[in-house]
Design a binder for this molecule. Structure first.
Ligand code: SF4
Length: 484
């Protein structure tokens, strides 16, 4: 029976964290072997703007210490990640204060965006694709450690061990199927590698959103030997049933772990009821964006369904808008109420759109389509969505943030005076939504903060150079093709 251990820990004190995780590993009978890689959740990090979005460096310090104390069979110790919203992983690792900790434990840093990508075939029933691409470090790893932050997520309700898998792909591959199929994509990624050890940083949890979460003092370290079981326990602590979280349900249905608490042995110095009590008031985002913003902000959202049989694109454009507002509000806290009014349209929306004078209407995403009058003008927005099966992972282009900014500026020059805009992409990313909100909504622009901008330019250049030197393009014939 899978086991999950709940340990009380109220402070980020590395020695205590090392001691607690070490005790859990001994209790679970786990000792690392061969190439051992820790995958934290470092989707984004910055001490001022994103202080609660990532697995803390003190937690990583304690975890690496616990692994090192049991490393007699370890050949190499790595910390690997691809951070989010198309910014270089180096930038986020530096701001998370990881490099010093990694060096102190004699480990190596693996930036997934700077290395070659390897094809891996998939076999699970219900998979989205027959093959995907993963970084060569993930392919080489022999003992995988999942070390997520305990957080809410506006796309997937929660993010623990399984959702952390989105960070094992570089941007161009990560954004394929990052739409209404996101939950299935996560289950597909889990087939690539399964963690031997799960260690969840729930000391200060992240509530409400995933990039700009509110700090929540949960005071827990959650350790397990099965990712699905550990997620089921974490979800229960957050106040949900795991069957309500599709990526956990799908991964469990594929046989990777139990969906029921009755099939998990839970132990530790905190019982589940006390853990749930500790999480009382932990905010999740379960509403769709039209409910979040209409009549409560200067945004008017018109929601049509995405393709297939879904009624809402939980893993794509709408959630990106919510996270983008969170980022803009880090530099202008009341931005949603102070911005210029904007009308945002998703999917196959069939109702009226009535902007007042000067208010822009923006159709977001390739699946947006419309035929009708907007401010008295006949308007037709074509459906640009490509069937998922027609997208080849080896042919997708890198999703670079600077390229996105340049393309946006070009679009603005060409369409700036038009009343109706169309942002293409599937999904339209958080980074592009931030540009859109700050530009058309006339809010402060987080990209123009000197404290972020100069540091970003440095890491962007270094990362580009490293890619140039060490990464082979996946479309080259030299790519390693695996058959399973
Ligand atoms: S374009 Fe956006 S909303 Fe439409 S399917 Fe793609 S990710 Fe979802």
């Amino acid at each position: 029976m899978p086991r999950v251990i709940l340990r009380r820990c109220d402070d980020y004190e590395p020695d205590r964290i090392k001691h607690l995780i070490g005790e859990c590993m001994d209790e679970l009978g786990l000792r690392p072997q061969g190439i051992t890689m820790v995958k934290p959740n470092c989707v984004i990090a910055h001490p001022t703007f994103f202080p609660h979005a990532f697995t803390r460096s003190e937690f990583l310090d304690g975890l690496l210490g616990a692994l090192r104390e049991r490393d007699d069979a370890v050949s190499d110790l790595w910390v690997g990640e691809r951070c989010g919203i198309t910014i270089p992983t180096r930038f986020s690792f530096s701001n998370a204060l990881y490099p010093k900790v990694i060096r102190r434990h004699g480990a190596k840093t693996k930036y997934f965006d700077e290395m070659s990508q390897v094809q891996r075939n998939l076999f699970s029933e219900g998979r989205l694709r027959d093959y995907i691409f993963i970084p060569e470090a993930v392919d080489a790893c022999e003992w995988f450690v999942d070390a997520p932050k305990f957080k809410a997520h506006p796309w997937t309700k929660v993010t623990f061990n399984l959702k952390n898998y989105i960070g094992i792909q570089d941007d161009e591959h990560r954004l394929i199927d990052h739409d209404h199929h996101l939950h299935t994509k996560i289950a597909d990624l889990f087939e690539v590698i399964q963690p031997k050890l799960c260690a969840v940083d729930g000391i200060t949890a992240g509530a409400k959103t995933m990039l700009t979460p509110r700090p929540f003092p949960l005071g827990l370290i959650i350790v397990g030997d099965n990712a699905v079981a550990t997620d089921v326990v974490c979800t229960a602590i957050a106040g949900l049933s795991a069957s309500e979280v599709d990526h956990i349900r799908i991964t469990a249905e594929r046989g990777w772990g139990p969906l029921s608490l009755d099939e998990i042995q839970i132990s530790g110095d905190v019982d589940l009821e006390e853990a749930k009590h500790r999480a009382k008031g932990f905010e999740l985002t379960l509403d769709k964006v039209d409910k979040i913003y209409n009549n409560k902000s200067k945004l008017q959202v018109y929601m049509g369904p995405p393709p297939d049989t879904y009624d809402y694109c939980w893993g794509g454009c709408p959630g990106a808008l919510d996270e983008a507002i969170g980022i803009v509000e880090r530099v202008q806290p009341e931005a949603r109420n102070e911005m210029k009014p904007l009308h945002i349209v998703y999917g196959d929306y069939k109702g009226e759109i009535e902007p007042k004078a000067d208010e822009k209407v923006i159709f977001i995403g390739d699946c947006a389509r419309y035929k009708g009058k907007i401010a008295g003008q006949e308007t037709e927005i074509p459906f640009l969505y490509k069937e998922r099966g027609t997208i080849s992972p080896e042919r997708v282009k890198p999703a670079d943030i600077v390229k996105k900014i340049v393309l946006y500026l070009w679009y603005k020059i060409v369409s700036g005076r038009k009343r109706v805009w169309r942002m293409q992409g599937c999904p339209v990313s958080v980074a592009e939504n931030v540009l859109l909100i700050s530009d058309l909504g006339k809010t402060k622009n987080p990209y123009l903060k000197p404290s972020i901008g100069l540091q970003f330019i440095w890491f962007y250049c270094v990362s580009k150079l490293m890619r140039l030197l060490f990464r082979r393009n996946v479309s080259e014939k030299s790519i390693v093709k695996r058959t399973g």
